[in-house]
Ligand binder design. Structure first.
Ligand code: NAG
Length: 176
């Protein structure tokens, strides 16, 4: 398992990313249109339940690893909460009101069309990608990645940095 490999190689601090809310991804929203959707986020419930199941199992494993390696900082990057918060309260983080559409793609629901992927003839790109969570229906925009990085830094900074360094790091990547 790769965590044991990096620990054996001498890593002292390991940040482990959790699963994203799969049911909020434009590609999967387009594929699972008929599935049950969460009323608050609009995301596909079954896929988000699956991602949360994965994250619970991952955290149980991280707990075991921390017990086995008390000298190491084994951290969790909560991508699920960072993205779900953004989808539920997009305005709070500078995104547009309906965040579950791709910036770049073919005209179809969620601006995602499997046969007309971003860059293909006839596809369109939004004016301002920084207002969108998803770039092409599969990959996050730079703005969404910044949101993830800022949320992760904020939660894990006390373990990683002294307070003034933590603030400087967050400024460097443009966290509010
Ligand atoms: C998806 O793209 C294909 C190819 O451009 C097009 O024929 C089709 O109508 C599009 N589907 C939707 C739902 O817009």
């Amino acid at each position: 398992m790769c965590m044991q490999v990096v620990i054996a190689a001498g890593a002292r601090t390991v940040l482990v990313p959790g699963m994203i809310p799969l049911g909020c991804e434009p590609q999967l929203l387009a594929l699972y249109k008929s599935g049950e959707h969460d009323p608050e986020s609009g995301c596909v419930t079954e896929l988000n339940d699956l991602a949360q199941l994965h994250n619970r199992a991952l955290n149980a494993m991280l707990h075991e690893l921390r017990l086995a390696h008390p000298g190491l900082a084994i951290l969790y990057a909560d991508l699920y909460s960072a993205i779900t918060d953004t989808i539920v309260s997009p305005r709070k983080y500078g995104f547009r009101n309906m965040p579950s559409a791709a910036c770049c793609g073919g005209s179809a629901a969620y601006n995602f069309n499997m046969t007309a992927f971003c860059g293909a003839a006839g596809t369109t790109t939004c004016m301002d990608p920084s207002e969108y969570v998803s770039w092409d229906g599969v990959h996050f925009t730079e703005a969404a990645n910044r949101r993830i990085a800022c949320a992760t830094l904020k939660i894990n900074s006390p373990t990683l940095f002294n307070p003034s360094t933590a603030e400087a790091r967050q400024r460097v990547i443009g966290c509010a």
